[in-house]
Design a protein around this ligand. Structure first.
Ligand SMILES: Cc1cc2nc3c(=O)[nH]c(=O)nc-3n(C[C@H](O)[C@H](O)[C@H](O)COP(=O)(O)O)c2cc1C
Length: 182
């Protein structure tokens, strides 16, 4: 069965919750959820999947969540090959107190995985967000899904739903699980 690997780094649980919701939307049978803190040993854990959803909140000033730091340093050394992999990025941030680097971690993930050969899907228009700067904006769009549970929690569910619908075509479908059965 072709599954979707979800890997997230989350300090206070917000990005973890988004990961859980994404799995619900794609279908829990179809998704394996991995915490970068507890379940990630090396990039072979990710390379088992052809389809990946990668999540990081942003900390410091525009940095990746702590559990991504060493893996990304290792990535620069080891240069794992993600050619042929389809990846979409998501993560939590705070557009009010950290609007000078809103969800910038997504830009850092984008650069690393693009460099490694992955096809990155799921960019999001900036129109619905108010912020000053984000390293995650390329060609006028976010490279993944920004969620702000601190200031705009009422928008979270609709943002997740709309994003999943926009990327579903690039990912395995739950209905494929039943192909050949019966
Ligand atoms: C010290 C500190 C620094 C932060 N830096 C940023 C930042 O640069 N950009 C941003 O968008 N959010 C920033 N945030 C907000 C967090 O990303 C936000 O609280 C998020 O919901 C945490 O998600 P998590 O629980 O998945 O780690 C920061 C928060 C704190 C406490």
């Amino acid at each position: 069965m072709t599954k979707i690997g979800i890997f997230y780094g989350s300090t206070a649980g917000v990005t973890e919750e988004i990961a859980t919701k994404l799995a619900e939307h794609f279908g829990e049978e179809l998704c394996d959820i991995h915490s970068m803190e507890e379940d990630f040993d090396d990039f072979d854990d990710m390379l088992k999947y052809d389809y990946l959803l990668l999540g990081s909140s942003t900390w410091g000033s525009g940095e990746v969540q702590n559990d991504w730091r060493d893996p990304l340093l290792d990535m620069e050394e080891e240069k794992p090959d993600f050619t042929g992999k389809t990846i979409a990025l998501f993560g939590a941030g705070d557009c009010r107190d950290h609007g000078e680097q809103f969800v910038s971690a997504l830009g850092i993930l984008y650069d690393h995985f693009k460099e490694a050969g992955a096809t990155i899907v799921g960019n999001v228009p900036t129109d619905d967000y108010i912020f000053d700067y984000s390293f995650a904006v390329r060609d006028g769009k976010f490279v993944g899904l920004p969620i702000d549970e601190i200031n705009e929690s009422e928008k979270t569910e609709e943002r997740i739903e709309a994003w999943v619908e926009s990327i579903r075509v690039h990912f395995p479908q739950e209905s494929n699980l039943f192909v050949g059965v019966g």
